[in-house]
Design a protein around this ligand. Structure first.
Ligand code: FES
Length: 196
């Protein structure tokens, strides 16, 4: 019931909007990616998994296969796996960095915007990577929400030095403004408390 809708913009035809989805970040990426495609934007989905056996939605009759069939060349899909069992070996940052470097050399589709959804460590890595290239980066922090009613306080984050609640003010924020260190430290502390 709370929160703000995604901000969608129609970008020039020769550019691309890059989505980096880490594991279970793929389901929340899907509807935002679909709306960018419907708007007419070119989209590059970089979908990362630990290994091939943890992948989902990748068959021709599953969601990514179906949306690829519907939008054709308007959507590029790049898979990355940590163990190299499918696609590029590495993290979602591996193909993203290659794209950023290509752009810097005047090659490839210029990246208009990056949207990152997944584990906080991955979103931090993506945001730190795009910052020196000054590519606008949206981090959707929905994975840290608990009750999503503005009551529990679990989703408190610092964005640009200001306190924000992901379920009220987000879930999408400027990734270059999010204090990921504080967010990750808070998560680790909570994990330790659960273990003790
Ligand atoms: Fe509990 Fe936002 S998720 S206050």
């Amino acid at each position: 019931p709370l929160g703000r809708p995604s901000d969608l913009e129609r970008y020039p035809d020769d550019t691309t909007v890059v989505f980096t989805a880490g594991g279970l970040g793929l389901p929340p990426v899907y509807p935002i990616m679909r709306e960018h495609l419907r708007l007419g934007n070119h989209v590059t989905l970089i979908s990362g998994f630990r290994s091939a056996d943890l992948m989902f939605w990748d068959g021709p009759d599953e969601r990514i296969g179906r949306i690829k069939a519907a939008f054709g060349d308007q959507l590029d899909v790049i898979y990355a796996t940590n163990d190299g069992s499918v696609g590029v070996q590495g993290f979602v940052t591996t193909p993203l960095e290659a794209m950023l470097k290509a752009n810097q050399a005047g090659q490839g589709r210029p990246i208009a915007e990056v949207v990152t959804i997944g584990p906080p460590m991955m979103m931090r890595a993506v945001s730190e990577l795009t910052k020196p290239y000054q590519v606008p980066t949206v981090a959707s922090l929905n994975s840290i929400m608990v009750d999503a009613t503005g009551m529990c306080g679990a989703c408190r984050v610092s964005v640009g030095g200001k306190t924000r609640f992901v379920c009220v003010d987000g879930p999408e924020f400027d990734g270059h403004q999010v204090d990921f260190k504080q967010l990750i430290d808070k998560g680790l502390k909570a994990q330790l408390q659960l273990q003790n």
